[in-house]
Design a protein around this ligand. Structure first.
Ligand SMILES: *[C@@H]1O[C@H](CO)[C@@H](O)[C@H](O)[C@H]1NC(C)=O
Length: 295
């Protein structure tokens, strides 16, 4: 799947609320018109912890830093199935804001409908590939809206499987946190090697000499670090395959600074599962079904 988006071409938010008897999550700004850049500042005051809103009872989750999970995604037969699996996980995570970035010239109907029904706070962006690497950075408008809020940024590719415990771990990220990733690099797992609570190396099947020999799913970054390194981006050009993570992380941190999570990097809480390539060999060219069904 595509990795890092550039500046976003459009944004849409869905503030669909979790069910149950608990109070609703903080309100989110209304969506801007389709195809426009999101405003630099929110039209309404940014979400505040529930404690600041008068009669609302204080919720334990109000004090939690928000996790911003960035998921690049692109149209393919398994897309909706992958996004559904991710949403089923993310919906169970308190104060998680999903940033879905479509690799497309416009937001697709499939993903738009999906976002509308996903039942979790979601920002839907799109960035076509050819221009992506010419533009700086992340969908910054989103982060700048939330600049005053503590938060953690995490790159959640749609072909991985995430345990809920992973989000508990990354929530306490102060600068940059790291953890093992399962089923990656031609091994059962890769992990940062930790001694005395510090990362000292990498257990990896491939190029252990990389400055940060870690998968995209193996780290999270605090928003403050992102905002204080506004020029830090994933480089398309000049980044060798598999070097994106290193090229990004070395712009914002050092190995000595890394915060090991998941029991000093001894637990696998995320898996690079991927999805079997689907067999569409019998998909008809003629005599199509009489109804058009989104898959
Ligand atoms: C990680 O290792 C450090 C140093 O050995 C230790 O103090 C700390 O308690 C460990 N953390 C966990 C979660 O096991």
């Amino acid at each position: 799947s595509p990795r890092r988006p550039g500046a976003a071409a459009g944004a849409e938010r869905s503030g669909a609320e979790r069910g149950g008897s608990s109070p609703p999550p903080p309100a989110h700004p209304r969506p801007p018109p389709a195809g426009t850049l999101p405003p630099a500042s929110p039209p309404s005051p940014p979400p505040r912890p529930a404690a600041a809103r008068a009669p609302a009872p204080r919720r334990p989750e109000a004090a939690l830093p928000t996790i911003y999970a960035i998921t690049p995604t692109y149209s393919r037969p398994v897309q909706k199935a992958e996004l559904t699996r991710l949403a089923n996980t993310f919906r169970q995570v308190a104060r998680l804001h999903w940033i879905l970035v479509e690799d497309a010239a416009a937001r697709s109907e499939l993903v738009s409908r999906f976002v509308a029904g996903a039942g979790l706070p979601c920002t839907h962006l799109h960035v076509p590939t050819p221009r992506r690497y010419k533009r700086p950075g992340l969908p910054r408008a989103t982060e700048q809206r939330n600049a005053g809020l503590p938060g953690v940024l995490f790159f959640a590719d749609d072909d991985n499987t995430y345990s809920l415990e992973l989000f508990q771990e990354m929530r306490t990220t102060r600068k940059v946190s790291v953890w093992p990733v399962g089923l990656v690099g031609g091994r059962r797992y890769e992990r940062p090697v930790v001694e005395n609570g510090k990362v000292v190396g990498w257990y990896t099947g491939w190029r252990a000499d990389r400055p940060f020999a870690i998968d995209m799913a193996g780290f999270a970054v605090s928003l403050q670090v992102i905002l204080s390194h506004p020029k830090a981006v994933f480089k398309r050009r000049g980044s060798q395959p598999g070097m994106q993570e290193s090229d990004f992380l070395k712009q914002i941190t050092t190995v000595e600074e890394l915060e090991p999570k998941a029991n000093n990097c001894t637990k696998v809480l995320v898996w690079h599962t991927r999805t079997e390539k689907v067999n569409l060999a019998n998909e008809p060219k003629y005599h199509l079904d009489t109804v058009s069904i989104e898959v």
